[in-house]
Design a protein around this ligand. Structure first.
Ligand code: ZN
Ligand code: FE
Length: 246
């Protein structure tokens, strides 16, 4: 478990490399992309917390796998997902669109559509003094999501959108892929000092059994080759290269 003091956001590690994020305020919890339900239920019970809402970034099983069981146990829970995914996320009860804002735990949450990984992927943005972005599988530390349903142009535009957010935005992605991503980046840019420093930092965290995420947008822009790509052509080369890298 990891804590963000400013917002009280907790990460539960599940499956091989997923992280379920829980935002806690008073006795209420919002969960992002519950791939499984057991650890979430356990956390709620141990702390006597109540589940207020489930945020779904996209329809993949490692993001919605625990949702049905959570709804069975918490029948009044709000399930927020893209209005484009009523078929693949059928249990949603609040359907949202790009640019919409809603109030969750007294905080304004803005929906940002970030297409590319899927044809309807959304992110949840909380502005303010300590901005937070729940980005699902669109951006990872050192990497970005695979393009399964969208186009290179869509994914490139999604990353441009992320880059336009406040530089102090703390980004919560759904997978702990950082070390693999950094090794790939170093393979392409072996002399890059920022990426070398990132690898040491990441290895240190891993040796202490800490998560390497969330990450700060400003710092990520220095080490993430996808965010550094100057145009669609460079982005396309990088994405295709990464797809082939083992
Ligand atoms: Zn996914
Ligand atoms: Fe995923």
């Amino acid at each position: 478990m990891e804590f963000n003091k400013a917002r009280n956001i907790i990460g539960l590690r599940v499956l091989s490399d997923n992280v379920i994020w829980l935002m806690v305020k008073d006795k209420s919890v919002v969960v992002v992309d519950p791939s499984v339900h057991e650890p979430v239920i356990r956390y709620l019970n141990e702390n006597n917390f109540h589940l207020e809402a489930i945020l779904q970034t996209h329809h993949h099983p490692d993001h919605i796998g625990g949702t049905k069981s959570l709804i069975e146990r918490c029948p009044n829970v709000k399930v927020i997902a893209s209005s484009k995914e009523k078929r693949r996320i059928p249990f949603q009860n609040i359907s949202v669109e790009d640019g919409e804002s809603l109030s969750i735990l007294g905080e304004e949450v803005k929906i940002i559509e970030v297409l590319g990984h899927t044809s309807s992927h959304i992110a949840f943005f909380l502005n303010g003094e300590n901005p937070v972005l729940f980005i699902g599988d669109t951006l990872f530390s050192g990497g970005c999501g695979r393009i399964f349903e969208g186009t290179y142009q869509q994914m490139y535009s999604s990353l441009e959108r992320i880059k336009s957010l406040p530089k102090n935005t703390l980004i919560y992605c759904a997978h702990e892929y950082t070390k693999k991503n950094i090794l790939w980046a170093l393979n392409l840019r072996p002399e890059d000092q920022d990426i070398k420093n990132k690898l040491s930092e990441v290895e240190k965290k891993i040796s202490l059994n800490e998560l390497t995420i969330p990450f700060l947008l400003e710092e990520e822009m220095k080490i993430n080759l996808f965010l550094r790509a100057k145009n669609l052509e460079e982005f396309t080369f990088l994405r295709a290269n990464k797809d082939l890298w083992v």
